[in-house]
Design a protein around this ligand. Structure first.
Ligand SMILES: Nc1nc2c(c(=O)[nH]1)N[C@H]1C(S)=C(S)[C@@H](COP(=O)(O)O)O[C@H]1N2
Ligand SMILES: [Mo]
Length: 261
């Protein structure tokens, strides 16, 4: 489902920006206001190196959390909202009882976790703001297992540097087969206390449109980092072996890998 074939940032100008704001259903438009953080990232991320952004953002600072009264509407679904992939559809039809999250790569113990096993692990809930590169934001409450907890269960090998998230949804059909959504973060973000694998949204089971049964929340980065429809996570020492080597589906199409906000 590649609704957007051109890098979305090209649309973030003038009339297109105003139009995208007008088209929103419920969530608010931050980019119309020049001084707001998202706007700042879109212009500064091009120039700043990863390390400079890290310094600016504070190494392990927490993203702002909000009060329940600030959750104004349902989380606006974006990108893929219902994977058509047969395997996903089969798992969804069975209420994800056969779904497993595999944890592979540079780990001491490979894992294959059921949804029950994941929801029985210690959980964290947080009310945070989701900022999409397209120019809209939503405040929502997320519940999930801290990714650090899953990583500890698997035992990360010292050589590992990144966590790669493999998703079910096919974005387009490439020459060598289906091109699926994927993402990656470094171990520092992976172990950040607000980085969770979420299975609940605004107090109910995560809907298919928002990434059921499990999706990543990495709260100090832009929305496209938050991989939905997870099927596997893989520990690796390099990103060159995945997709076109830039660390994510949108990164392979020109987006920044470190999308800090
Ligand atoms: N698997 C997958 N994850 C994805 C996407 C997608 O298309 N497929 N879209 C990304 C983008 S651009 C955004 S803004 C958020 C949207 O999350 P939501 O549908 O819960 O609003 O998911 C991100 N994660
Ligand atoms: Mo997005």
């Amino acid at each position: 489902m590649a609704e957007l074939r051109i890098p979305r940032r090209r649309f973030l100008t003038g009339a297109a920006l105003a139009a995208s704001g007008a088209a929103l259903s419920g969530c608010f438009d931050d980019l119309a206001d020049r001084g707001k953080p998202v706007r700042g990232v879109l212009t500064s991320a091009e120039r700043l190196t990863y390390e400079a952004q890290r310094l600016l953002l504070g190494a392990d600072a927490l993203a702002p959390e909000y009060a329940a009264s600030e959750v104004r509407q349902a989380m606006r679904p974006n990108g893929t909202t219902g994977p058509r992939d047969p395997e996903y559809q089969r798992l969804a039809a069975a209420g994800f009882t056969d779904w497993r999250l595999s944890v592979t790569g540079l780990v001491e113990r490979e894992l294959s976790l059921s949804l029950d096993e994941i929801t029985n692990m210690p959980s964290r809930s947080q009310i945070t703001r989701h900022d999409c590169v397209e120019g809209w934001s939503c405040i929502a409450s997320w519940t999930g297992v801290p990714l650090a907890r899953v990583l500890d269960e698997a035992g990360v090998k010292p050589a590992a540097r990144y966590v790669v998230f493999h998703c079910f949804d096919t974005m387009e059909n490439g020459f060598t087969g289906p091109v699926r959504y994927y993402e990656s973060i470094d171990l520092r973000d992976a172990r950040h206390p607000q980085t969770i694998l979420a299975y609940a949204l605004n107090g109910t089971t995560l809907p298919v449109s928002n990434g059921a049964p499990l999706r990543l929340r990495v709260e100090r980065q832009l929305g496209y980092k938050m991989a939905k429809y997870l099927r596997a996570i893989e520990l690796t020492d390099r990103l060159s072996g995945f997709g076109d080597g830039m660390g994510g589906y949108w990164e392979d199409r020109g987006y920044e890998w470190f999308a800090g906000i």
